[in-house]
Write a protein that binds this ligand. Structure first.
Ligand SMILES: Cc1ncc(COP(=O)(O)O)c(C=O)c1O
Length: 375
């Protein structure tokens, strides 16, 4: 006898996580490996954040503050928004999923780009709604005109990933504003800015100012990337009290754990230290891009903390894929096939040493005598 589980679940796409360092070490008999596969920060949390986490452990017999009041107030102040315009969650993933729960019903639809963040197709499947995936433009960025044209009466939500994961392409604040002007004012739009900190453009952050004013716009950010807190799970979103209130209604009261709230609050107090770390990632990204150019390796110019590159035509003389050859060389990159980008690899930007290890592995993997051109 089988348990009667909702048939909606059949439509939920399978998520294939990247290999862990331990798995790669065991499989290839390595002593060490560099992990550049999950767009994490190469830096641990700031020392004062580590201290706050340590102090918080003694109070874990108590539930966390349900509205995450102190953190919400700090975020509201940081972004010039009202307290009612901020919602905090167990990673920005939770908030995006909650938006799906709050906004979608069977018979409605959600529009997102493809390839984009693997979470988005879940929103439709989980709600029994329809997912409309709009192919990226030729530059690997969102095709905002086609996305706007895809809006119809059934559309309840549009998700824009900016910069886009896995391609790293950034759409300007002007382009996002034009998109918002072209869709109905009562249609909810989420701009997922998980990689916002790594954007090196003068309009960085302007979309957030639109979220303070436009009733249908929600901007999601995370402490997982620049703040180096992905293991704790904490993200936030800013939008109109109406949209934020909808997410607040469907979230569980204690959705953001106490250590995450305290750590995020402390991390916000040190913008200069964080900016130095972000600047290092940006300058390393530019260096890796220069090195790839010097090697004639095709890649998509990125405004995030990762780069999507062509894996080339060859396979190794022994038939192993380019992705596997990187793993064997002790550099864990992400196979583009698992991200909807077959024939490509995504490499996260690490410390200068980690990026040097990636470039050395690149030169080893693509050694002319190690490759043949028939794959
Ligand atoms: C586009 C995008 N949004 C959100 C997230 C997840 O963020 P969080 O760790 O806050 O759930 C990621 C993580 O990789 C991402 O790539």
């Amino acid at each position: 006898m089988t348990v009667r589980i909702s048939p909606r679940l059949d439509a939920i796409p399978h998520y294939e996580p990247g290999m862990t360092t331990a798995q790669v070490l065991a499989r290839y008999g390595l002593d060490a490996a560099v992990k550049l596969a999950s767009n994490e920060s190469p830096f641990p949390p700031l020392p004062s954040v580590e201290a706050v986490i340590g102090e918080g452990v003694a109070n874990l017999n108590r539930y966390p503050d349900p509205p995450a009041g102190a953190l919400r107030r700090a975020l509201a102040e940081r972004h010039g928004a009202a307290f009612e315009q901020v919602v905090v969650g167990n990673g920005s993933c939770e908030l995006i999923l909650l938006a799906g729960q709050a906004l979608l019903d069977p018979g409605t639809s959600v529009i997102h780009a493809d390839p984009s963040f693997a979470l988005y197709p879940h929103l439709a499947s989980a709600a029994g709604a329809t997912g409309v995936a709009v192919a990226l433009a030729d530059d690997d960025g969102h095709d905002l005109d086609t996305m706007a044209a895809a809006v119809d009466e059934s559309t309840r939500l549009v998700v824009i990933c900016n910069p886009n994961n896995p391609t790293g392409v950034y759409r300007s604040a002007d382009a996002i504003e034009r998109f918002l002007d072209g869709v109905p004012e009562d249609l909810a739009v989420i701009v997922d800015e998980a990689y916002h900190d790594f954007v090196a453009r003068p309009d960085r952050g302007r979309v957030m100012s639109l979220a303070r004013e436009r009733p249908n716009l929600l901007v999601a950010r995370t402490f997982s990337k620049a703040h180096g807190l992905c293991g704790l799970r904490v993200g936030y979103a800013i939008g109109s009290p109406e949209l934020v209130g909808a997410l607040d209604k469907v979230r569980q009261p204690f959705n953001t754990n106490a250590l995450a709230q305290a750590a995020a609050l402390e991390s916000l107090r040190h913008p200069a230290e964080l900016e130095r770390r972000v600047a290092s990632v940006i300058s390393e990204r530019e260096r890796v891009e220069r090195e790839l150019r010097a090697r004639s390796r095709a890649f998509t110019p990125s405004q995030a903390n990762f780069i999507l590159l062509g894996s080339g035509q060859g396979s190794a003389a022994d038939g192993t894929s380019v992705h596997e050859r990187f793993l064997r060389a002790g550099v864990i990159v992400r196979d583009g096939a698992a991200l909807g980008c077959p024939g490509r690899l995504r490499v996260s930007i690490g410390t200068p040493e980690e990026n040097a290890a990636f470039l050395a592995a690149h030169d080893h993997v693509y050694e002319p005598q190690a490759m043949r051109k028939d794959a």
